[in-house]
Design a protein around this ligand. Structure first.
Ligand code: ZN
Length: 96
């Protein structure tokens, strides 16, 4: 698996903290035109849909947090299940 990791914040340049975003609550995205027209239907980009009701379908996305300027990057291209997320977490903390 090819993994792109982000080391520094694209906004402020400080170090990013790598982690995971939980897929279960869905990922909300509101397009600017919808907001302008007061159509408050946000798009669930993670397409969690009904799976958010099923705890067994727990999934995680790699994410990167900048605590300095409060920017949160979420890579939702690949969902990791609980086992994959644990493996990724182990590799992130090993040898650092
Ligand atoms: Zn930042």
């Amino acid at each position: 698996m090819v993994e792109t990791t982000f080391q520094t914040c694209p906004r402020c340049g400080k170090a990013l903290e790598a982690g995971f975003a939980h897929k279960a609550p869905g990922l909300s995205f509101v397009a600017p035109d919808k907001l302008q027209h007061f159509i408050f239907l946000d798009e669930d980009v993670a397409k969690s849909g009904l799976s958010k009701l099923l705890p067994s379908a727990a999934a995680f996305f790699r994410s990167y947090l900048c605590r300095s300027c409060e920017l949160y990057l979420i890579d939702y291209s690949a969902a990791l299940d609980r086992t994959q997320a644990k493996q990724a977490a182990r590799s992130m903390t090993a040898g650092t």
